[in-house]
Design a protein around this ligand. Structure first.
Ligand code: ADP
Ligand code: ZN
Length: 530
C-alpha cells in the first residue's frame, strides 16, 4: 500500500535508502518506525519474514544514542552484527559466549558512543553491572525481540524475559518496541502486561503467507512418504524436516543420506560445535536438508527454504505456524507438509495426561493440541482455519491441499457408535481396556490369537464393522480422538476409553462427519512417475 501523504519525518526513508538500499518501507514498517522516532512504544506482531528487524534498526539510527536489542538468539548475534557491519552500521553484542576482553571492547565502544546497535542476551539484564553500564550510555530505544518468550504458556518461555519490565522502570522515557512472529490475542495481552507495554500502539500484520502451500497427509510410512515428497517435488531444494525426538532426527537424516538426499541432523544433544557447523552449512550451502528438533530454527533467516516437513505432530498451532513460517521467506512458492496419524494423537494425549504440572497447565496443553488436531482434521481450507486461529478472517485460499483436492467425507456416526459400543462392552462386561488395534480387530471380526485367547469373538460387536477397511477404521479412531469423542487412558497406556462427549454419539444426538482416508498412492502428484 502506498501512503497518500509523504511521511512527516524524512529521515527514516533516507536511512532505509542510504544504508539498506531499499526503495520503500513495507506494510506497517513506516508507521512503526515513526512511532519510535517520536519516542512512543510499539508492540509489533508480524509473521516471520515480514521485516521486523528494520522496525528497530532504522529508528535506532535516526535517534540519538544506541538501540539496545534484547534477543534470546545468542547463536545468531555474531551473524547479525557482521551483516550490519557490512552495511556500515556499528553494532556489537554482549552475551555469555564472549571472552572478558571482547566484552570490555564492546563496553568501551558503548560508552564512547560509537555503537548504533547493541544486542543483548536477556540474562545479561540480571547482572547488575549491565544495568549500570547501560545507565552510563545514551540509549535511543529498547527493542525486545521474540517477545512471546515472556509468555509462560508459550513453547519458548524464557524466565529472564520476566525481568524486562526493569527497562521501563529505569528508563521511563526511552521508547520500547516488542516484536514477535507468534501470538494469539491472548499472548499479545500477556506480552503487553508483563513488559508493561500497556500504552504501546499495537501493529498486527496479516499472518497470511500466501506462497506457502499447506498440506497435511495421513501417515503410513513417514520416511518413505518424505522421500517421495523430496524426490518428486523438491529435488535439490533446501528444506527443514522436523521430528519430535533426537533419535528420530538421527535416523531420518541417515535415511535421507542413504537415499542420496544431502541431509544434516540438528538437535540439542549434539555438541555445540557440531550444531554451529550444521547451521552454518545449511545457511551458506545450497540444497541442504536440515533434519531437526524444534531446537532448530528460531531466528534463522534463510530466504530460500523451499519446504518445511513435519514427521510428528506439532504441539500447538503457534508452533506449527512458526516452524512452517521458515519456508518461502523469499516469497517464491514453498511447501509446508505434515504427516499425521493415529499414533501421534494417542502419544500426545498420553503425554499431556501424564505430564507434570497442575490441572490448569494440562488444560492449556490440551487446548493447544485440540486446535492443532482441528487443523489436521478440517475438511475446509487449511489457511482459513490457521488464520482463524490467530483471529483473522479469510476466504478459501486455493493453495492448500483441502482447497486443491477437497476431501471426500462420509457420515461416520454409525461407525463411531460401533466403536464406542465395543469400548463400552469391554469395560462394562469384562472390565477390560484395549488399544485401537485390538478394538479394530474385534470390529472387523479378525480371529487373531489375542481375540481367540480372550474370547472376544463372543462380544456382540464382533465382526459388525467388516464393511469398513482397517485403514478407514484407524481414521475413525483418530478423528474421534481428535474431537475428544473417545479418549486414551490417563495412566500411560494407549487404551481407549469413553469421554464425557462419547454419550452424545452413542445416543445419536451427535453426528460425526469423517474424512475418507486416501490411499497413499493417490496422494502422489501425477507427474511423479513410478
Ligand atoms: P523478520 O525478522 O520479520 O522475520 P527480517 O527483518 O529478517 O524479517 O526481514 C526479512 C527480509 O526482508 C530480510 O531479508 C530483509 O532485508 C527484507 N526486508 C525487510 N524490509 C524490507 C523493505 N522495506 N524492503 C525490502 N526488503 C526488506
Ligand atoms: Zn485453502
Amino acid at each position: 500500500v502506498t501512503p497518500t501523504t509523504p511521511p512527516f519525518d524524512p529521515r527514516p526513508l533516507d536511512v532505509l535508502r542510504r544504508i539498506w538500499g531499499y526503495d520503500a518501507f513495507r506494510g506497517d514498517q513506516a508507521e512503526i518506525i515513526d512511532t519510535l522516532v517520536r519516542g512512543e512504544d510499539a508492540l509489533v506482531l508480524m509473521p516471520t519474514g515480514g521485516g521486523k528487524s528494520l522496525c528497530y534498526q532504522v529508528p535506532a539510527l535516526v535517534r540519538d544514542g544506541v538501540g539496545v536489542v534484547v534477543s534470546p538468539l545468542i547463536a545468531l548475534m555474531q551473524d547479525q552484527v557482521d551483516a550490519l557491519a557490512a552495511l556500515g552500521v556499528r553494532a556489537g553484542f554482549l552475551n555469555s559466549t564472549q571472552t572478558p576482553d571482547e566484552r570490555r571492547q564492546v563496553e568501551a565502544d558503548l560508552l564512547d558512543g560509537t555503537l548504533d546497535l547493541l544486542y543483548l542476551a536477556p540474562e545479561r539484564l540480571g547482572v547488575p553491572s549491565t544495568l549500570d553500564l547501560l545507565g552510563r550510555a545514551r540509549i535511543a530505544l529498547f527493542a525486545i525481540d521474540e517477545a512471546h518468550c515472556v509468555s509462560q504458556w508459550g513453547h519458548d518461555f524464557r524466565p529472564d524475559y520476566l525481568r524486562l519490565s526493569v527497562l521501563h522502570e529505569r528508563w521511563p522515557d526511552v521508547p520500547r518496541i516488542a516484536l514477535t512472529a507468534t501470538a494469539t490475542s491472548a499472548t499479545r495481552t500477556e506480552i503487553a502486561e508483563r513488559l508493561e507495554l500497556t500504552g504501546a500502539r499495537h501493529f498486527v500484520a496479516s499472518f497470511d503467507r500466501p506462497n506457502i502451500r499447506y498440506r497435511i497427509v495421513g501417515k503410513d510410512n513417514p520416511r518413505a512418504q518424505l522421500v517421495d515428497l523430496l524426490t518428486n517435488e523438491h529435488d535439490g531444494d533446501a528444506g527443514i524436516v522436523y521430528c519430535l525426538s533426537r533419535a528420530s532426527v538421527e535416523q531420518t537424516a541417515a535415511h535421507l543420506v542413504e537415499r542420496g538426499i544431502p541431509a544434516l541432523p540438528y538437535h540439542a544433544g549434539l555438541d555445540a560445535s557440531v550444531r554451529a557447523r550444521h547451521q552454518s552449512r545449511f545457511l551458506r550451502e545450497d540444497g541442504l536438508v536440515m533434519v531437526a528438533t524444534i531446537a532448530f530454527g528460531m531466528g534463522i533467516d534463510k530466504p530460500d527454504v523451499r519446504f518445511v516437513a513435519h514427521l510428528d505432530l506439532p504441539k500447538s498451532v503457534e508452533g506449527y505456524y512458526q516452524e512452517t513460517g521458515r519456508a518461502g521467506r523469499d516469497g517464491a512458492p514453498a511447501t509446508a507438509w505434515l504427516a499425521y496419524g493415529l499414533a501421534d494423537v494417542v502419544q500426545q494425549r498420553r503425554m499431556i495426561d501424564s505430564s507434570e504440572g497442575d490441572a490448569t497447565h494440562r488444560r492449556q496443553l490440551s487446548a493447544h493440541l485440540d486446535a492443532m488436531l482441528a487443523l489436521c482434521e478440517t475438511v475446509g481450507c487449511r489457511r482459513v482455519q490457521l488464520l482463524g486461529y490467530f483471529g483473522e478472517e479469510s476466504e478459501p485460499c486455493g493453495n492448500c491441499d483441502t482447497c486443491l483436492t477437497p476431501p471426500r467425507t462420509w457420515d461416520g456416526t454409525v461407525a463411531a457408535q460401533k466403536l464406542l459400543s465395543t469400548v463400552v462392552r469391554l469395560e462394562r462386561e469384562r472390565g477390560q481396556h484395549f488399544g485401537a488395534g485390538h478394538i479394530i480387530d474385534i470390529l472387523r471380526g479378525k480371529e487373531t490369537p489375542r481375540v481367540r485367547e480372550l474370547g472376544h469373538s463372543t462380544l456382540s460387536t464382533y465382526g459388525i464393522g467388516e464393511d469398513v477397511s482397517e485403514a478407514e477404521w484407524r481414521g475413525v479412531v483418530r478423528q474421534l480422538l481428535a474431537q475428544g469423542l473417545v479418549g486414551v487412558d490417563a495412566r500411560g497406556y494407549s487404551t481407549l476409553e469413553l469421554t464425557s462427549l462419547s454419550a452424545a454419539v452413542l445416543t445419536g444426538e451427535r453426528t460425526v462427519l469423517m474424512r475418507h482416508e486416501e490411499p497413499r498412492a493417490s496422494r502422489r502428484p501425477a507427474s511423479g512417475g513410478g
